[in-house]
Write a protein that binds this ligand. Sequence first.
Ligand code: SF4
Length: 773
Amino acid sequence: MKISRREFLKRSALGTSALTLAPNIKLRGLEKYPDGWRGRQRVEEIASFCEICFWRCGILGNVDKHGKLLKIDGNPQHPLTHGRLCARGNAGHKLLYDPDRLKYPLLRVGERGEGNFKRVSWDEALDFLAEKLLTIKGKYGPEAVGFFPHGIHARFFSHLMKAYGTPNSVEPAFAQCRGPRDVGYKLTFGSSVGSPEPLDFEETKMMVFIGTHIGENVFTGQVLAFAEALEHGAKLLVVDPRFSTAASKADWWLPIKPGTDTALLLAWSHVLVYENLHDKKYIRKYANGFERYKAHLKKFTPEWAEKITEIPAARIRETARAMGKYRPAVGLHPGRHVTWYGNDSQRARAMANLTALLGAYGQPGGLYLPSRVPAARFPSPAYPKHKPRADGAGSLYPLGSRGLGVTNGLIDATVAEDSYAIKGWIVYGQNVLQSIPCQERTREAIAKLELLAVVDVMPTEQMLYADVVLPEATYLERHDDLLTVKNAKTPFAAVRQPVVQPLFESKPGWWIAKEMSKRLGLEDYFQWETPEEYLNYRLSGLGVSLQDVRADGIIPVKDATPYLNGAARFKTRSGKIELYSSTLKELGFDPMPGYEAVEEVPKGYFRLLYGRSPLHSFARTQNNEILHSYMPENTIWLNNKVAEKLGLRDADTIQLENQAGVMSNPVKLTVTAGIRPDCVFTVHGFGEGSPFMTRAYQKGTSDTQLMSRVKVDPICGATGMRVNYVRIFKGGTPLMVEGAVAIKPVARKESVERKEKVSRPKVVVPEDAEEGC
Ligand code: SF4
């Protein structure tokens, strides 16, 4: 199937997102400035990188002589995006000029949750925070402060918190996103997947997506590469209960029964091995445990998997054979948000092992290898010794990340105080009420705190509970730490520099951390005067200065080694790819991935699935004027036949009630044949609970609110969140199919399901240097 780019865009629903990738897209009311002039006014272009989402595409801010940002263009020097931005990146100036922004430091004057604050000076706010931190340190020890960072801008404060003495730093990037994937791949290949996912789209002959929504979950570079791969004729296999944008481009769409993906992966592996389609030479050279894995796979036939996945055995064989035909140039996408059912590390293992059987790891067209970006580390004293982490990473959850932490583990520890007291939280650029499930538990934890500080750009719901609020400058108004991107065939570094001066009284993160260091007696950890001095030092490792790279903003690294060559050594215990994991065995887990059935959805209920839109990032952009105008609220996708049975029509307003009796906001329906009858789907991030977010407030519904139940992955502590069921209400009445019985909520209580706590031997698995989303 060969289609031209024009035809591709025309035919595709991806056109909606792909069109937003056109360079210099005309946004409403903005114009292009020929030759750097707008009328008689010179426009300056300043290179930096986007932070509307975590992919951080290269940007050029167009600024007039009054220092006003006129528009944002893509930076053509960026090795992955080549001058393109998505719709959200183009709309970044509306974050900068959002009238709802946090403008001044605030101190709470009413009860937590009421949202009553008084404006204070920076000195007052920082003195308040420092005094609280020193009091907590004196009373309970520094470990009693939990840090919830997100984004590259939080790195300076992260450094400060380590210097202060707490190990308890946690990001949803691990336990609510990609943790199980990185654990699974690390166990097999010795390295976690990293960002962006290193799919070799340029060389691939077949792409395989399992619950991966490229085109809805937009990284500009990845969408471009995906479109190019389709254009050069790569086959596409999409496994998804929903006819996603990617599914609409697929050669095969397998509408799998939710929760059964591991059965499919094992059956595919069975076909490859028992039909001799796997890469024998590669496995002999690089892997161990093959014979054991082969024997293990024997029972996982396509016929066995058909009954579980509801995908015909013949189709399973056909698609496995296609992978066998195109190997090793098969790009099996490892996924990103993979915290689904609480058995996700083992599903990731099954994916990683399948990738190995295809010989696709470190081979052209499969997954390429990360390279080194030798940025220098600014000298700093060693961090103080501290008590063990409170979140269970490395203990209760043996392979929980010690770099990114286990958010839900820290929330549990704050509520239970079972290891030691957690009395302070600093939430920095995260939205703990939207990104972490079991909101009531989070509120319960907050109620126990002696300090909640929020550092943010926008007044999201968590700010209502804060004792002190520090308004950070946006990504367009500040320097940040150096960005290093190892997962690229041309690895590179990028600098963030202010495009405009900070508005109102907002301050850059580096300034906030440095000022706090003075108040906490930790100045030695910040032995630089300006961010330029700091960045110059970091860049010296790459042999350039800030001055050299100011104009382009990008520093490509030349000596990439994306493919395996010769007798490669993997960073596993055996030095080989481990199809059989001795680490898991030693920890008391299955050394090879098996199939663990997930609970069936009760009759009359639907499994709640959620995902992304190309127009919004998490819960961050719903207040953005332009993005809001295109997508002000989310809807609920419902299968058309189910809708007919229930007497529902497209655009009807309904509510969802989950198994624990939690009721959603009123929300509109999207009735479609493009979703299985046993599930509903919505876009994450809506239903904002802060009245200070005037555009987004109560628009659409929050999927997180309905996630009052999670299943915790015993290997790494990540929360499986697709274990919530909903029924539909219209006009206050539940609509149930014949024979269905409503679940009787025992109490409107949240449930965190863990396997029994067992004592496990201490096995230390070295970690890759990880960055959050
Ligand atoms: S994908 Fe879009 S929002 Fe994300 S960094 Fe790139 S341009 Fe910005």
